[in-house]
Design a protein around this ligand. Sequence first.
Ligand code: ADP
Length: 484
Amino acid sequence: MNTAARDAGLKLLREHALIAGAAIPAGANGIAVDDPATGEILGHIPDLGVAETDRAIQAAHDAFPAWSRSDPHKRAAFLREWARLIDENTEGLGALMALENGKPFEEAKGEVTYANGFIKWFAGEAERILGETQDTPLGHVILTFREAVGPCALITPWNFPAAMLTRKLGPAFAAGCTAVVKPASQTPFTAIALAELAYRAGLPKGALSVITGDAATIGGVLTASPLIRKLSFTGSTPIGRKLAEQCAPTLKRVSMELGGAAPLIVFEDADLDLAVAETIKGKFRNAGQTCVCPNRVYVQASVAEAYATKLAAEVAKIPVGPAFEDGVKVGPLIEDKAIAKVEDHLSRVQTSGGRVLTGGARHALGGRFFQPTVTLGGDDELFRHEETFGPLIPVFPFDTEEEALGKANDSEFGLASYLFTRDLDRAMRIGRHIEAGMIGINTGLISTAVAPFGGVKQSGYGREGSIHGIDEYVDIKQVTLALK
Ligand code: ADP
């Protein structure tokens, strides 16, 4: 066990929220945050409500004019300094995240680097927020400006406590927006630590607040406020739907990164070893608790047994354990109800005829640990409509390309999807017809700061990262010039 790393994480843990840069301590009625590996309480965060959320909104509103009119090169310089401090604190931030989320320490450090990629990318984007000029039929000339939308509400989940925040804050700050952040109550400490580093990097007071407490109360105030001009949310589809409704009366700009039920399709001409390795990479990050991970695997019948057997053999070797144990690749799930959901999905696929090839039960470590599991056969219906969000891979054989595509698309979700084939025509044919925002061909890894991340259908709308990410935080203004 790497106790030095664990201690480095605890050193960055702050039991407070931040309103306009000022610390609001947890006090006696704070909300407990635990270590999912042990259930041990790591610390408390304040249970803030309407009054504090209003203060944070007012601060974001007051800070907006100066920040949005500031020189974009200065905002870029701030983002670069923030990124430098995050790089300097990779170990501590990774450890803090491993503590509150449970993901393996090495993986958590990888997330810090990935998260920081968004800040670095959007530092560059701040310097190229471009406009256009155009002549009009009336003999005028139009100039367009892309201007910050205003103070933003950013609501983030617990599965990527750093990256889900930086992919929103990076473009928001680059564009000149101010922000009020509501992190998930299971993993608030990473957000608070990142915000403190932002202030150390020179962010003006008021440009960022991190509010902790009851999600529905805080979300209600943020969405109702006419001062907040934009909501960016990452989380479940039902909550996203509700928040979109709440934003309707004030007609806020909204981006939604919601649930998925990603299909992964393996054709008989695929490199099966590669398909197995990439399925594992895609599936077991964060113990299968990611919205883009394969939720259902379809394998052409002629190779189904071979693929599933290889997959099960590799999955059986995956080391499971607490975050700071050397070599661990899969940690605990975030909370008890997450384990109950995996058990439910497993028993339902078994009842419909699926066979367990490896795993199939809670892990001997107890608590929130579950064995990485592979099943073969049974009914895929459930997995088209519900994310398991845990370390279970159900594999289903199929016969024809049309059947696989039909099953892939027969879902209300459309976030990620994956294809394994050596046939370029087939890859492009299926790739173009899959209803998803993101498609990995012969890879299980599709997310980087340079890639547009987002879904279609009920997986949401809007794109994060890439050259498109900034668009979510700017409005287009046109100025018509009548020239003599
Ligand atoms: P998950 O299953 O990942 O917890 P949720 O959609 O429940 O997905 O949570 C994602 C984020 O949304 C978290 O920060 C959570 O606190 C917040 N949240 C949950 N319910 C609400 C709500 N009614 N209003 C605003 N935010 C909410």
